[in-house]
Design a protein around this ligand. Structure first.
Ligand SMILES: Cc1cn([C@H]2C[C@H](O)[C@@H](COP(=O)(O)OP(=O)(O)OP(=O)(O)O)O2)c(=O)[nH]c1=O
Length: 200
């Protein structure tokens, strides 16, 4: 929305991610509140990435929606998956390094779960997949990237919106999904629940 300031809306963002707030703002949606969920994010034994991200998005919505009757509530979860393996959210340098070594020279998937509740109690949920290719990383490139700290709090130990873009020769699917929320999917789901006409 370049011409107008974002409109205040009746949307509650059930996520602590500043990326998701920025992404929504990009399409003119300014949530009236941010209410971050606190849930157990442990992966169940033998749980597949798609099932996990679906379960997380629903669990985040279930944790927050009851506190905001009459509002739209949007929850999301992002994971990086390599084969059947779910990579951790990097909170320390060793984890970030392990992720980058695994992703180097390979294709992986970023799965984004989106769960939305409408004011009338209807809900929508979907999982969006983006394929991402990493070039082969040298030891120097990995060391430099780990030093940058850009991986902190990011699924899979990288942020496509930062320097890691230099490592990604191709990406197939939604770019905003990799950053944390597929805007085309979130928009379609919100409008499907009746959001756009009244709230924007
Ligand atoms: C792969 C990738 C992930 N990420 C971020 C998006 C998410 O914020 C984060 C994945 O963690 P999530 O658990 O999806 O979200 P969160 O912990 O930030 O917030 P909340 O649980 O409250 O909803 O990784 C990027 O910013 N860039 C990327 O390229």
């Amino acid at each position: 929305m370049s011409k107008n300031e974002p409109a205040l809306t009746g949307l509650v963002l059930a996520s602590a991610s500043p990326r998701r707030l920025d992404l929504l703002r990009q399409i003119g949606i300014l949530p009236v509140a941010v209410d971050a969920p606190s849930i157990d994010e442990a992966v169940l034994p033998r749980e597949q990435p798609l099932a996990y991200v679906h379960r997380m998005a629903q669990a985040k919505l279930d944790a927050v929606a009851p506190r905001h009757a009459g509002a739209f509530v949007l929850a999301a979860d992002t994971v990086v998956a390599c084969g059947r393996r779910i990579l951790p959210k990097a909170e320390d340098a060793a984890t970030a390094r392990d992720c980058l070594e695994l992703l180097s020279g390979r294709r992986h998937r970023v799965l984004g779960g989106i769960a939305i509740a409408g004011p009338d109690g209807r809900q929508a949920i979907r999982v969006v997949t983006t394929q991402v290719v990493f070039k082969r990383l040298s030891a120097d490139e990995i060391a430099h990237y780990v030093d940058s700290g850009e991986w902190r709090g990011k699924a899979g130990g990288y942020a496509v919106q930062g320097f890691a873009a230099a490592f990604i020769p191709s990406l197939n699917g939604s770019y905003s999904n990799v950053v944390g929320l597929s805007l085309s999917d979130a928009y379609a789901m919100l409008t499907g629940l009746g959001f756009a006409s009244r709230e924007r």
